[in-house]
Write a protein that binds this ligand. Sequence first.
Ligand SMILES: Nc1ncnc2c1ncn2[C@@H]1O[C@H](COP(=O)(O)OP(=O)(O)O)[C@@H](O)[C@H]1O
Ligand code: SF4
Ligand SMILES: [Mg+2]
Length: 357
Amino acid sequence: MPAINSQNANTETPQRPLLQVQNLRKYFSTKRALPAFGESPPVRAVDGISFDVQKGETLGVVGESGCGKSTMARLLIRLIDPDEGTVILDGKTIGGPGGLPIREMRSRVQMVFQDSYASLNPRLPIEESIAFGPISAGVPHDEANERAIAILAKVGLEPRLFVHRYPHELSGGQRQRVNIARALALDPRLLILDEAVSALDKSVEAQVLNLLSDLRKQLDLTYIFISHDLNVVRYISDKVMVMYLGEIVEIGDVEQVYEDPRHPYTKALLMAQPTMDPNRRTKEAPITGDPPNPIRPPSGCRFHTRCPFAEPVCAEKVPPLIRDGEGTRRVACHLWQEKSGHSKAGSDMAKELSYAG
Ligand SMILES: Nc1ncnc2c1ncn2[C@@H]1O[C@H](COP(=O)(O)OP(=O)(O)O)[C@@H](O)[C@H]1O
Ligand code: SF4
Ligand SMILES: [Mg+2]
């Protein structure tokens, strides 16, 4: 358990999760080409997810493109409003009457996006880009500029060389360091990183990942780290959450999940990972094709149309996300729930199932 930042020692309780997400849901309405046909069913982008993030930990979030990772991130920081659900930051419900005002939440929760260029104003020198947030929050100009300089040094950019530069004069890695600096300028507790290193070259990506790890310890930060790259998520995360079609299918300690994945979708994702071994690179993934359309997700377990272990019960009953074994892991699969009606239900049988057979 990391030391609590002295600034926050009075307001934070060590045992309480920093973030509690309860039954968060967002459906996007879609329009038909011909209005006469009325509204079509919505896209179920995030469909009732619940999880906690502990102080000081990094929660990795993985899943195929379109499974709702970015929507979840945008809901957490209220770039979009949820249809349903509650988000509690350090014990206080975000928004609503009597809740933590959105504006206050935004100084404690910040986000870094993939596109390092689009996030920066091309006409502002770096120093001003970083100082912009604090100035908007009422920090005097001089103090905000001093803060910008100090943060530039923290993200590994020599302030003397960078304060007066413009975004187009920087490399992709440098721009992403500036975006991290901007996110840190308001002294947040939680950083949400949505594919934040995905556009960088591998060597630059590794440097930025190391920087993020160092900053987390130095500043006692908590991260939600979203990436389609499972290797990167393993490297940086303490826990991992696997999403499929707007739902959580498995969540737990990262090593436990990677070493011994329980949900067939998690197994499939891990097997589909590209490896450094050229002989394995072209090996066919155990799941093929794209996920089904989130406008009409499959009944029961949403993975049943692609799962090699699916049985009739899988299309009939939604498997609840429940605790599996001793640890903190939770899994949503009938194989792992006794008396679920799946013929192989019960841990011992389920353990023996593999894609190799
Ligand atoms: N503003 C929007 N309007 C309609 N559909 C959206 C919108 N944003 C995202 N979606 C849909 O919601 C689903 C989840 O998208 P997203 O959260 O971006 O997934 P991910 O980040 O995991 O790739 C996708 O089917 C996507 O097309
Ligand atoms: S519930 Fe059934 S279909 Fe879904 S992952 Fe488990 S075995 Fe496969
Ligand atoms: Mg995304």
